[in-house]
Design a protein. Structure first.
Length: 507
């Protein structure tokens, strides 16, 4: 059972903790949501600016995108308390388009990506999540924790020496304060304390303001100035499709992670099309698009204890207020405070149990290999979608290889009315990986006059198996043997009747 956030009555179930109405009626739970939203907003500012730089756009584009994404998804999303904003994964996808065609084409691609996500969501793409193995999920989480940590390293390299004791103090607060009290989120305390120290002592260290200029006005409607032609579609289509898939994958994986942490279930289909709606809205406000953010979501859910849509909405609302109204104050926040918060998130996100010697010893080597391959590819490419794709592919190959070895063929020879009869009993699931060497499991030239192939304990899954079975029976007939196939279940019979004799030799 997931831990109940600070201040929440112990009798409430995890599902009840997600109630917006119940939270609004509970001052303690509402305080948790408000403070969580504030902490996330503060952490979003340098992240959004950094992702804007990666994408090659003005920092305001990333900040406004984070505002519109968070506020929109708080209403239309299917996973309460999850944070969506401008992300590095999307920034990496769109950077080449911005460089070659500019902002207007970027916005057009964001809107098209949102449409793709709505279509994919309504088509049930979220159901594909069940095909992602647990080992890939663990690899995804661990890789993300590593990426969060790595992203903070540049802030510590070549920095003024005072950055290091400030970061250490921030880490002491975020790790130590929860052991004393959870009344106030430790990350917020760390940010406030370190900001006061640097301002009052006039300490010159890198601040949020050094990352880029903050906007001084509200976002406005933006219609991309691109020709509505086939040529334009050819330019933006591949980028929009890549954004749609990367965004959905990262969002659905994040939703599943939050489900596990909070011991609740979320509406994955709604989350999928909700991300699309959020991107469409973001596009029409001139934003760079985005998806769910695991780092900020972990701050919201794990570090701050938020559970409802209120925190998601307030994260976006506070972000806008902070950068537009209180930009001069926010710009004074030392990066050391946010580095400490993100390192804490990294440590909290990593599944340390998965790398314990006892766990690794107990797990099948194939599971460990899948997890490791996911981590390595994600860290190497800085692309969660590619890493998860490779992890799933490795899991499929290893599973097919393992299942292929479960097929056995037993041969018995008997006399029936003076005629020798060879019976081959095949046990196991027959598909391309297990049936390709099935042809070699039979004796042909020296076989008795009659041969029976008993498939009672098997199932024919694909055309490869039908082709191999055709080849086996044809070889027996070539040697003048009478061959009979028995024991097929109904589905296998229908498949064989439909495909038998139409697939060639099969070997």
């Amino acid at each position: 059972m997931a831990a109940i956030p600070a201040g929440a009555p112990a009798a409430l179930t995890p599902e009840q903790l997600q109630s917006v109405r119940g939270t609004l009626l509970s001052p303690r739970r509402l305080k948790t949501e408000v403070l969580a939203g504030l902490v996330v907003a503060l952490a979003l500012i340098p992240e959004a600016i950094a992702f804007s730089i990666i994408a090659g756009v003005d920092p305001r584009i990333g900040l406004f995108a984070s505002f519109t994404m968070a506020v929109t998804i708080s209403f239309v999303g299917g996973r309460p308390a999850m944070i969506s904003a401008a992300t590095g994964a999307v920034a990496l996808v769109i950077a080449p388009l911005v460089k070659s065609h500019g902002l207007d084409y970027l916005v057009a691609a964001v809107i098209l990506a949102g449409l793709f996500q709505v279509i994919l969501g309504l088509a049930g793409v979220a159901k594909l999540m069940r095909f992602i193995p647990r080992s890939v999920m663990i690899g995804f989480v661990n890789a993300l924790a590593i990426l969060i940590f790595i992203s903070q390293v540049p802030e510590l390299i070549g920095a003024p020496w005072l950055v290091y004791p400030l970061t250490a103090l921030g880490l002491l607060i975020v790790f130590g304060l929860p052991k004393l009290t959870r009344a106030v989120p430790a990350p917020l305390v760390a940010i406030v304390v370190l900001t006061l120290i640097t301002v009052l002592a006039a300490i010159a260290v890198p601040t949020v303001g050094d990352k880029g200029a903050l906007p001084d006005s509200l976002p406005s409607l933006f219609l991309p100035n691109v020709p509505f032609t086939w040529a334009t579609l050819q330019v933006i289509f591949p980028f929009a499709l890549a954004m749609a898939f990367v965004g959905l994958l990262e969002s659905l994986m994040t939703a599943k992670l939050v489900d596990d942490i909070t011991d609740t279930r979320s509406a994955k289909t709604r989350e999928a099309w909700g991300q699309g709606v959020a991107n469409i809205v973001t596009g029409f406000f001139g934003g760079m698009g985005g998806c769910a953010m695991i780092g900020q979501t972990m701050i919201n859910v794990k570090a701050s204890g938020a559970r409802t849509r209120i925190s998601t909405f307030l994260a976006g609302a506070f972000l806008l207020i902070l950068v537009v109204v209180l930009g001069d104050i926010v710009s004074l926040i030392p990066m050391a405070a946010l580095v400490a918060v993100m390192i804490f998130v990294s440590v909290a996100t990593f599944d340390w149990h998965s790398i314990r010697p006892a766990t690794l010893k107990a797990l099948p080597k194939s599971e460990t290999l899948v997890m490791a391959s996911t981590v390595v590819v994600v860290v190497a490419t800085h692309n969660l979608a590619i890493g998860v794709g490779v992890g799933v592919l490795v899991a499929m190959v290893l599973f097919a290889r393992r299942v292929a070895h479960f097929v056995t063929v037993d041969r018995t020879v008997t006399d029936v009315d003076g005629v020798r009869l060879a019976t081959y009993r095949v046990d196991g699931e027959l598909f391309f990986a297990s049936s390709n060497d099935l042809y070699t499991q039979f004796e042909y030239a020296l076989a008795p006059e009659r041969v029976v192939i008993d498939l009672y304990a098997s199932h024919l899954w694909d055309a490869s198996t039908i082709a191999v079975l055709d080849a086996v029976t044809e070889m027996y007939r070539h040697h003048g043997k009478e061959v009979t196939v028995i024991g097929l279940n109904e589905a296998s019979v229908l498949m064989r009747e439909r495909l038998a004799g139409k697939l060639g030799a099969g070997h």
